[in-house]
Design a protein around this ligand. Structure first.
Ligand code: MN3
Length: 259
């Protein structure tokens, strides 16, 4: 069974999957021709430091929050932030590293190829979890420097592509509220048209579209709000709108569109 020919074929496939699986991300795929395996990450406008990429170790480490855990009070409480970051996000980072190692081990040893589907699924789930949360922390800021409405090219694009800021808010909040079970709502840039789109994701990445770059997202897993808001997801989404860092979202929009 394990002829050298099939071994070669499998190596080729595994080489493509090992890092290429990262393209699953949170629906982030495509982009310009990658010069290294993690090219899709650059489309998020977040660098290796923000994403916790340790080049020496060749793995990810949990990046610190870009502000104190209590900085988003009273809208998002410190205890929720701490558990969310140090337990949930950390678990996605660990799972991502484990999946990359699992796939590398199969590739190196040319053994147990039946595990590829398992580890590929793990890679998709945990890499998306890591990216989603890294983006999530970065598109929020203390309410004193957040909320309100965006300005500049992003504000113009929201009006052109989505009708008006009010229409965007209505669609985005309902998209978040209606996620069935655990998931996310996203504002993203479609690569080809450069237009803004609003998307839902179940779990970390199910349902998401490829060929788009997320620039704003809200985590609507219960762990993101249950301590403070209990079952009232709508109240949490309303509170989240007060801590959107529109300056950062505008930067991500410009990085994705050149506008
Ligand atoms: Mn979460």
């Amino acid at each position: 069974m394990n002829t050298s020919q099939s071994g070669m074929d499998r190596r080729g496939v595994l080489g493509a999957i090992g890092i290429g699986g990262m393209a699953v991300l949170s629906g982030v795929a495509g982009g310009s021709s990658p010069t290294h395996g993690y090219a899709p990450l650059s489309t998020l406008g977040l660098g290796p430091d923000q994403l916790g990429w340790d080049a020496a170790k060749g793995e990810f480490v949990l990046p610190p929050l870009p502000y104190a855990a209590n900085a988003l009070e009273p809208h998002i409480d410190a205890e929720t932030m701490t558990i969310h970051h140090t337990k949930h996000h950390a678990a996605y980072v660990a799972g991502l590293n484990k999946a990359l190692k699992g796939l590398a081990q199969i590739r190196d040893q040319q053994a147990e190829p039946w595990q590829i589907k398992y580890w590929s699924r793990e890679l998709a789930f945990h890499s998306a979890g890591h990216l989603n949360h890294t983006l999530f922390w970065n598109i929020m800021a203390p309410a004193s420097a957040a909320g309100g409405q965006p300005a500049g090219s992003l504000a113009a694009a929201i009006t052109t592509d989505l009708g008006s800021f009010e229409k965007f808010v209505g669609h985005f909040k309902e998209a978040a509220r209606q996620v069935e079970g655990s998931g996310w709502a996203w504002l993203a840039v479609h690569h080809l048209s450069k237009k803004l789109v609003i998307m839902q994701a179940e779990k970390q990445q199910d349902m998401t579209s490829w060929g788009v770059t997320p620039i704003l997202g809200v985590d609507v897993w219960e762990h993101a709000y249950y301590l403070k808001y209990r079952s009232d997801r709508g109240a949490y989404i309303n509170a989240f709108m007060n801590v959107i860092n529109w300056t950062k979202v505008s930067e991500l929009y410009s990085a994705a569109t050149g506008k």
